[in-house]
Write a protein that binds this ligand. Sequence first.
Ligand SMILES: NC(=O)c1ccc[n+]([C@@H]2O[C@H](COP(=O)([O-])OP(=O)(O)OC[C@H]3O[C@@H](n4cnc5c(N)ncnc54)[C@H](OP(=O)(O)O)[C@@H]3O)[C@@H](O)[C@H]2O)c1
Length: 198
Amino acid sequence: MRIGIVGGSGDFGRGLAERLRRVGEEVLLGSRTPHDDLVSNQECAEEAELVFLSVPPGGVEDMCSSLAQNLEGKITVSVASPIVFVEGQPGAAVGELSLAELAQRAAPGARVVAGFHTISAKALARADDPLDEDVLLCGDDEEAKAVVAELAERIVEGRAVDAGRLQVARWVEPITAVLLNVNRGYKANAGVRITGLP
Ligand SMILES: NC(=O)c1ccc[n+]([C@@H]2O[C@H](COP(=O)([O-])OP(=O)(O)OC[C@H]3O[C@@H](n4cnc5c(N)ncnc54)[C@H](OP(=O)(O)O)[C@@H]3O)[C@@H](O)[C@H]2O)c1
């Protein structure tokens, strides 16, 4: 499958791209300023069959509006977390709607799935080390969620856990801030495993 990563020049996108390439996927990296291995975000979204939105939270809505036509009918994975740093401490600025819902509103034809918020760019970057974690997914399009789940389970040791409808992303997205605090405290790269599932 040809996978596009919009905002793919960032640490998260680069790390994800390496993991996906290692399981045999073709990956296109998008950027606002295409150069070297980066194509434009428009070309990235247009040419890909499945698109990851990996831009900072403040850029999600505008990016989705500008890519709305390119994302029409495409599975679009929103990984954005509403992280803010206040006096150097990681926190989350949570709005009424999740970033994934804002993405869906801005690109109504996209098949938006929210996920991967608990996977750190640092962990992704250590591409030789297995990712001993689960991936939490939210979305209203069950078929799209299943495709993303299958993909996710090829890059993590754990499971893709269905956390529910897209609306649930409101509570999943800020988890990144919790993990950042845990990582600081323990000088670790913590991930999440959901226990007790059948
Ligand atoms: N880093 C993590 O550990 C982590 C963990 C979980 C989730 N996430 C989420 O994953 C996403 C990407 O994370 P990241 O650390 O790679 O982010 P980042 O480096 O801050 O941003 C990724 C890329 O987005 C582009 N960009 C920057 N500002 C933009 C704007 N206003 N509008 C459109 N594009 C913009 C830049 O690429 P160009 O300049 O090339 O266009 C940048 O390289 C974020 O939403 C973050 O919340 C990150």
